[in-house]
Each structure stands twice: as C-alpha cells, then as structure tokens.
Design a binder for this molecule. Sequence first.
Ligand SMILES: [Zn+2]
Length: 131
Amino acid sequence: MSRVDQLFEAAKAARARAYAPYSNFKVGAALLTKGGKLITGCNVENAAFPEGVCAEGGAISAMILAGETEIAEALVIGDAALCTPCGGCRQKLKEFAGPDVVVHVADLNEVKRSFTVAELLPAGFELNEKD
Ligand SMILES: [Zn+2]
C-alpha cells in the first residue's frame, strides 16, 4: 500500500469515528510524522458550536501527545467536493509543517487535490521568537 493510500485509509477510519450530530459533516485527518508515526484525528462537535474541534486539530493534539512535532505529509477527508482545511487549521498545520509539506484533500473515494502548506496558507503568522 502506498504512503498516500495509508494516509487515506487511516483518515477514512478516523472519519468514521467523528462526532458530528449537529452538522452530520464528518471529517477525518491523518498525519505522517517525520518520525514515521501515522496519527489520526476526527472532528468533535459541541452543542455550543464554536467549541467543536476540527479533525486536523485533534490529530495535531494526538501527535504532540505521541511525542512528535514535525508533520511530513497529511491527508484530510470529508464528503465534499473539496474538503480543504479551514483557515484556523491551516495555521495549526503550519506550526508543525514546513512550507513544502503536502496536504492531500480527499472525498470518500480518492484524493481530489494535493496542496503544499504554503499554498494553503500564504503569509501565515509566525512569531519572530520561534526558531
Ligand atoms: Zn479546521
């Protein structure tokens, strides 16, 4: 199985566990870390809508918990024509991924498009203090 296929299957399995009773829009995310770990996340909604978390954010939290801080490749899956990461998640991905890291965007059948982090978030915010 190719690396992208592995990311796709992992994200799809994560999506199946999403908690989205309000929108019924389930999203899954999978991250391959520089250390070789495959880490997933799903969206988790809340009755107080802004308190929900995106699949990418959940995956990033799990990645940090697993002791990894560098994303090598990512995939987001949702039942939409192009389920790209929201603006906030683009900034979250940038924190842990270089500008050339590829983020694949898939529907339930296949990868539809692939973007670099720089394409998703040109001129993203960065503190000068960060090394
Ligand atoms: Zn998001």
